[in-house]
Design a protein around this ligand. Structure first.
Ligand code: SF4
Length: 365
């Protein structure tokens, strides 16, 4: 490969499998040659995980959008009583999944919700338990580090006790990656001061991994963070992954400004920024196996191109996404499995459906 001018040293490190430094990460964000960056990330992806692209046949369950945190980048959260606010009953949650079960290949649930001001931890747990008991064959992935921190705060239990109860009573098999946003006190202090801090989010992941529960990681970028803060975020995740090895996939979420307070002063990221961030994530997170192109936020065409910029995971069928569509996502609210298979095959790769722990269910060579 012909390295971009002044980037030969980084290319050499990548080809030798050497770890990139903070300084390297920052330089990559200024690299003018996006094609070279993509080629580097694709080289590492191929070497590390081959040509399989993972996806889930799953259903998203968002129990409530009522949330005490009111993050400035969020279009989903509402105050109690506000127009559009909802809080599902147990029966409504069960009915949503019954409807999704019309797809005979449905394999699992992804449960994330707002921080409801009056729901107790027992209430959340009761709904998840009912879902797990009614649909024992569906895998259960759910709750972010933010929600789990909230459950500990409102119940008086430790993070470990909350996780054990979610696992043992609610059937929780893996933790969702959201809520990491940018792991910086400066950014969180300005955008989301009323929810888990960076350290608390990391502590949930650390505790879960020690209990043998895998989790995902994410980064919400393209708002008020600096490029240095993006790199530092990746380094904090890399450091924890060195310690525990418990992260399964990393998801880049570009900020979607529509219907958010922050959107009045911040524009949406460009496709180039999305692809660059995807590629740099693959290069910096050398101890993560999977990097996800989340089609809901990126749009389907950009997610397909992102498969050539380091990604090997394209999320899933989703079955009615709502959180990001409130923020103006223009992608469909769901894709069929056949659509996902086609998208992956068109990118020249091998689609494989998997459970929430990346065990392959079906592979389409
Ligand atoms: S991002 Fe999550 S915690 Fe923040 S307001 Fe939205 S739903 Fe609540």
């Amino acid at each position: 490969m012909l390295a971009a001018e002044n980037y030969q040293d980084i290319e050499e490190k990548i080809l030798k499998g050497e770890r990139l430094s903070r300084e390297d990460g920052i330089r990559l964000f200024h690299c003018p040659d996006i094609a070279w960056l993509g080629a580097m990330a694709d080289y590492v992806r191929k070497k590390k995980c081959g040509d399989i692209v993972y996806y889930n046949v799953n259903c998203h369950v968002n129990l409530t959008n009522v949330c005490t945190a009111q993050c400035k980048f969020c279009a989903f959260g509402r105050e109690e009583g506000e127009k559009g606010a909802y809080a599902m009953s147990k029966e409504q949650a069960l009915n949503l999944v019954r409807d999704a079960m019309k797809d005979p290949d449905l394999a699992g649930l992804h449960v994330v919700s707002g921080l409801h001001p009056t729901w107790t931890f027992e209430h959340y747990l009761g709904i998840v338990k009912a879902l797990h008991e009614t649909f024992p064959n569906l895998y259960m992935k759910g709750f972010t580090g933010v929600e789990i921190t909230h459950f500990a705060q409102i119940s008086g239990l430790s993070i470990e006790e909350v996780l054990i109860r979610l696992r043992d009573e609610g059937g929780l098999q893996a933790i969702a990656g959201g809520g990491a946003e940018i792991l910086s006190d400066r950014v969180r202090g300005e955008l989301c001061p009323d929810k888990a801090t960076a350290d608390q989010w990391l502590e949930v992941a650390r505790t879960a991994h020690k209990l043998g529960i895998k989790s995902n990681a994410s980064m919400l970028y393209g708002h008020i963070e600096t490029l240095e803060e993006r790199v530092d975020h990746l380094l904090r995740l890399r450091e924890l992954q060195d310690e525990t090895g418990g992260f399964q996939t990393f998801i880049c979420f570009p900020f979607l400004p529509k219907n958010t307070e922050l959107g009045k002063r911040v524009k949406q990221t460009s496709m180039w920024d999305d692809l660059r961030t995807m590629a740099i994530s693959r290069l910096m997170l050398d101890n993560f196996t999977n990097i996800k192109a989340y089609w809901v936020m990126l749009t389907v065409p950009v997610a397909q191109v992102a498969l050539g910029f380091g990604a090997n995971d394209i999320d899933g069928t989703v079955h009615k996404e709502t959180i990001l569509h409130d923020a103006g996502a223009t992608s469909p609210t769901a894709l069929s499995e056949n659509q996902i298979i086609r998208i992956v095959k068109e990118a020249g790769r091998i689609p494989a459906s998997c459970d929430c722990n990346f065990n392959i269910i079906k592979k389409y060579e």
